[in-house]
Design a protein around this ligand. Structure first.
Ligand code: COA
Length: 432
């Protein structure tokens, strides 16, 4: 058979593809905006045919209907990261949460959590028969690399991304053709608080630095203040639209990068069509699986690596909680610790935790003497270095516990400083 015949021989409807999934299977769903939605919807519609299908996923951008009430008999959702669409399912006990570093997910698939079915979304094959993983390489490619069965949604609107980002059509078991725009994530609103945080973070970025930025208003605000920098580079779990602007402005060139010089290295994309068009067939953007991009020993090969991530609470010792508030799970570690360690280990690197000083409309301080009971420590006190709020920068590495707490109180919201100082004086039996 030639490539076209091979391709055509694999085409099924979404319903037929869903029928290939069997009770008791472990199914890994392609990540974030790479979710193969037609097959997922068909699987949910076919739920009566299944008992105990385990669905593994991280950031669910669509409806996550497999985790809704009434689905318990058919599906068990095992979340490796909790986002807005799965938070309620995890907190109500219908879905499970498995803590793990993002960089370790592929090794779990090869060992402890073997994959029966990988549901992926890819581009149409090129003239050599290769389909690109497009917006989501991360754990999606590794899940297909070791799955017993691969079902691929082929979407002619998926950007063709480069790097180690391809699967040959002959490796796919079933193909569902479904052409649709990639889900877009509109840029967040950047307020005064985010701008102040962005400015403080940007003050730590030297020309020639390589950046990792998370998602949301704070990373986007940082990008706003980098317009005068030179030869910045990107080695990041994900990128969003802000990066495109800085490439077009000639700020991000990657020329000073000590690993993949001249390239933007990333494992997934999440933004608007502008970002997806930028990444399409662009040799500057290289996508690799997450066990490469997020491996701290790879990250550390970049010099002047700067990681910028966020959290929900920091205690006086510098313990960072980013995943839960008390026992309430709101997120996961994602790549935070991977990048904090990688940037701490690299030459002239800096790891930054950037956050607003308060939560819940200013009623709760995020800087606290102790984390809430039950909060998971995401980044330990031995790993943390810079903490930034709208009130400034606290540099913690190498500082003793007393001085760490003092530095943190100095960047807390002024309304909370008197009570924090009282706690400091009680704990350290000294005058602040
Ligand atoms: N006390 C109580 N609730 C809090 C809180 C606190 N100290 N801090 C945040 N929250 C609540 C918010 O009110 C919000 O609730 P809502 O969704 O019901 O409105 C929710 O927790 C999320 O907080 P928010 O400030 O909106 O989050 P964010 O979009 O700025 O993201 C993290 C912050 C920490 C959740 C996010 O950065 C994350 O998931 N980090 C871990 C993973 C990571 O770092 N990955 C890095 C590579 S992408």
């Amino acid at each position: 058979m030639n490539l076209e015949e091979i391709y055509k021989s694999k085409i099924v409807t979404a319903k037929q593809a869903a029928e290939k999934v069997k009770s008791g299977n472990r199914v890994v769903i392609g990540h974030a905006v790479g979710e193969p939605t037609a097959v997922i919807d068909a699987m949910v519609a076919n739920c009566e045919a299944y008992e105990n299908v385990e669905i593994l996923h991280m950031v669910a951008m669509n409806k996550a209907e497999y985790a809704k009430p009434g689905m318990e008999k058919h599906f068990t959702h095992n979340s490796l990261f909790v986002g807005g669409n799965t938070r309620e399912a995890v907190s109500s006990g219908r879905a499970n949460f498995t803590p793990c570093y993002f960089s370790e997910v592929p090794s779990l698939f090869k060992g402890k959590l073997p994959v029966d079915v990988a549901l992926i979304q890819v581009t149409q094959p090129d003239e050599h028969g290769y389909c690109s993983y497009g917006v989501s390489n991360d754990y999606t490619k590794p899940s297909a690399d070791c799955a017993k069965l691969i079902i691929a949604e082929v979407n002619n609107q998926m950007p063709r991304t480069m790097g180690d980002s391809f699967i040959h059509v002959s490796e796919i078991d079933y193909i569902v053709e479904y052409n649709h725009p990639i889900v877009e994530l509109n840029p967040p609103k950047i307020g005064d608080v985010e701008k102040a945080i962005g400015e403080h973070c940007a003050s730590l970025v030297e020309d020639g630095s390589t950046l990792q930025l998370g998602i949301g208003a704070i990373p986007d605000a940082v990008l706003l203040f980098l317009k005068d920098k030179k030869n910045l580079g990107i080695h990041s779990e994900m990128i969003s639209d802000g990066v495109v602007e800085l490439v077009e402005a000639g700020v991000i060139t990657g020329k000073a990068k000590t690993l993949h010089t001249g390239k933007i290295v990333v494992t997934f994309l999440m933004g608007t069509k502008r970002l997806y068009d930028f990444a399409d067939n662009n040799p500057m953007v290289e996508m690799y699986p997450v066990d490469y991009v997020n491996d701290p020993t790879v990250i550390m090969k970049n010099s002047k690596m700067i990681s910028i991530n966020s959290c929900v609470q920091v205690d006086f010792m510098g313990q960072i909680a980013s995943e839960s508030v008390g026992l309430k799970q709101i997120s996961g570690v994602g790549g935070q610790v991977d990048f904090i360690r990688g940037s701490n280990m690299c030459k002239d690197g800096k790891s930054i935790i950037a956050m607003a000083s308060t939560a819940a409309h200013g009623t709760i301080s995020k800087i606290l003497p102790l984390l809430d009971g039950g909060s998971a420590v995401t980044t330990g006190r031995n790993d943390v270095n810079y903490v930034v709020t709208e009130y400034g920068v606290a540099q913690l590495k190498g500082e003793n516990l007393k001085d760490r707490a003092r530095a943190l109180i100095n960047i807390a919201h002024p309304d909370f400083r008197p009570s924090l100082i009282k706690e400091w004086e009680k704990r350290f039996k000294a005058k602040f």
